[in-house]
Structures are given as structure tokens and as C-alpha cells.
Ligand binder design. Structure first.
Ligand code: HSE
Length: 298
């Protein structure tokens, strides 16, 4: 049995729609071994498909198919700490777990590049799958077949504070509300900010982050799908966040906060409670620079 640890991820980070994503130190765990049938168990109270529609199984089978191998079945035990349909990369974690696990079971026939490509093909965009696999902040261009990527490790004194609501928002719905076309001006608005985000994060110019997280490609269209989002941004900025953005397709909001801002999470919880928004959970996290790891192999 192998045991895999997969980080949560935050895609887009504001302006880098479908292009930037980072890994966060909050993890799913998947135990896996080959079997003659499909035996899938959730080790927590999260309901998951226990048949061939399970995303970990589908992804593992895809890798077997690519390698020309037959998969009769798998035993999978999954611990689902990453909340589902919240913009924290829960689907990508399943995809990456299935691919990394299957690759190990077959004796590692595929390279890291192959797995980055395959994961993006399954998910449709690379900005969650690539950081889930690689860790750090990943800049990625998916040309439809191949992902051209750079992973950068991030050692900053920053916290990534997740503010997670008690409701789900499916990515399909959050993508369906986006416009088919944007103006040249809006394209420039975003590409300049996406570039500014990585450069500022990596050089410690954190005062730029508030400008860098603004965007005109997705957040304005998704805000109406996330009740009270505007208020939560305001509260986060009032408590000193460098930047706040919708994580991935939402509805989670992430505030980027200086490590020295010691009581940020407590202040957020208190203010959210006062505003009648206590359904939002506040958790402090940091960037995970390692990505997916096999932590046991018995
Ligand atoms: N870039 C994607 C989106 C991430 O914003 O729709 C969610 O999968």
C-alpha cells in the first residue's frame, strides 16, 4: 500500500486566470494498491463515489491506459481534508493522487512533465493541477496538449488565510458566467497584474499585491455568485491584508497577510461574527513548496 499526500491549491491568485496557482499546506491523503476489483473508502465523513466514477480511480486508469497497461481494480482509502467545490483544488488533488499513485504502482514509467500534461488534460486547465503536483507557485501555459511551466519555491513571511464559506460553488457554474470576449484594455489590465503578482511575491515587494490581485477576467463576474464577498474583502483589508482574492473559481476568499500580523485570523473571525457571517471558516496557511509526495510505501 502506498500513501500519498497532496496539497490544496489556490488558482488564479487574482489576475493570473488559468495561468498561476500556488500550493497550500493543507492536505488530502490517499492510500492505494492494485486489486482485482474496485474498493474505495472515504476515511472521513465526506461522501465520494466508490465506483469507477471516482476521480482518483479515473485518473489512475487514464495513466494505466496511456502506458498500455490493464487496470483490473484498485483499493483506495481517501482522507478528504480539502473542502469540495470551494476553489481549493479538491478535484485536482484527486487527479494528481490518481496519476502519481498509478505511476508509482507501474514503476514510474512517466516523467514529472508527462504527469503535469496528463493532469491538465484531465482537468482542462493547469493552474490547480500543476501546483498540486509540484508545490510552490507555478506559472503555466497549457497549449491544449502540453503544459509549459515554471515552479518557483516561495520563502516569505506571508500567511495565506483561507476564508471558506459553508456553501459550494461548482467550477462549471463559475466558468459559465464568464464573458466569451474581453476588451484589449482588460487583457492588458490582467496580464500586467499577473506578472506583477509573481514578481512582487518572489521579491518581497508585498505592497504591490493589493494592485496585483485585481482583475477583469473573472472576479467581477463571480462576485455576484458569492454573497457577502465584497464585505469580506473590506474586512480583510481593514485588518491589514496585503491582498485578497477569490481562490480559483471560488467561493473561498484568500487574504495574503504578513506573518507579523499575528492576530489577523482572530480579528477576522470576530468581525465576521459581528457582521452575521459566522458561517465562514477562517484558517491560516502557508505556501507548500514540496507538492505531492509519497509518504509511505509498504
Ligand atoms: N482557473 C480556474 C477557474 C480554476 O478560475 O475557473 C478553477 O478550476
Amino acid at each position: 500500500m502506498i500513501k500519498i499526500q497532496i496539497p490544496a491549491t489556490s488558482a488564479n491568485v487574482g489576475a493570473g486566470f488559468d495561468a498561476l496557482g500556488l500550493a497550500i499546506d493543507h492536505y488530502n491523503y490517499v492510500e492505494m494498491e492494485e486489486s482485482d476489483s474496485i474498493n474505495i473508502t472515504s476515511l472521513d465523513d465526506v461522501q465520494v463515489p466508490t465506483d469507477e466514477n471516482n476521480l482518483i480511480y479515473i485518473s489512475a486508469k487514464d495513466l494505466f491506459d496511456v502506458c498500455g497497461k490493464k487496470l483490473n481494480g484498485l483499493t483506495i482509502r481517501q482522507t478528504n481534508n480539502i473542502p469540495m467545490a470551494r476553489g481549493m483544488g479538491s478535484s485536482s488533488a484527486c487527479i494528481v493522487a490518481g496519476l502519481v499513485g498509478a505511476n508509482r504502482l507501474l514503476g514510474k514509467p512517466l516523467t514529472t512533465d508527462d504527469i503535469v500534461d496528463l493532469a491538465a488534460q484531465i482537468e482542462g486547465h493547469p493552474d490547480n493541477t500543476a501546483p498540486a503536483l509540484l508545490g510552490g507557485i507555478v506559472t503555466a501555459v497549457f497549449d491544449g496538449k502540453k503544459v509549459h511551466w515554471v515552479k518557483q519555491e516561495v520563502y516569505t513571511k506571508l500567511k495565506f488565510v483561507t476564508i471558506i464559506p459553508d456553501f459550494e460553488l461548482k467550477t462549471e457554474k463559475a466558468r459559465a458566467c464568464l464573458p466569451k470576449e474581453v476588451t484589449h484594455k482588460d487583457a492588458v489590465y490582467n496580464l500586467s497584474r499577473a506578472a506583477l503578482f509573481s514578481a512582487s511575491l518572489l521579491t518581497g515587494k508585498f505592497e504591490n499585491l493589493r494592485t496585483a490581485v485585481h482583475d477583469k477576467l473573472h472576479q467581477p463576474y463571480r462576485m455576484p455568485l458569492i454573497p457577502n464577498a465584497r464585505e469580506i474583502f473590506d474586512i480583510a483589508y481593514n485588518h491589514g491584508a496585503y491582498g485578497a482574492y477569490i481562490s480559483g473559481a471560488g467561493p473561498t476568499i484568500i487574504a495574503i497577510v504578513d506573518e507579523k500580523n499575528e492576530y489577523f485570523a482572530g480579528k477576522m473571525r470576530f468581525s465576521l461574527g459581528n457582521a452575521g457571517l459566522s458561517g465562514w471558516q477562517v484558517q491560516e496557511h502557508h505556501i507548500d513548496n514540496t507538492g505531492t509526495q509519497i509518504i509511505e510505501n509498504n
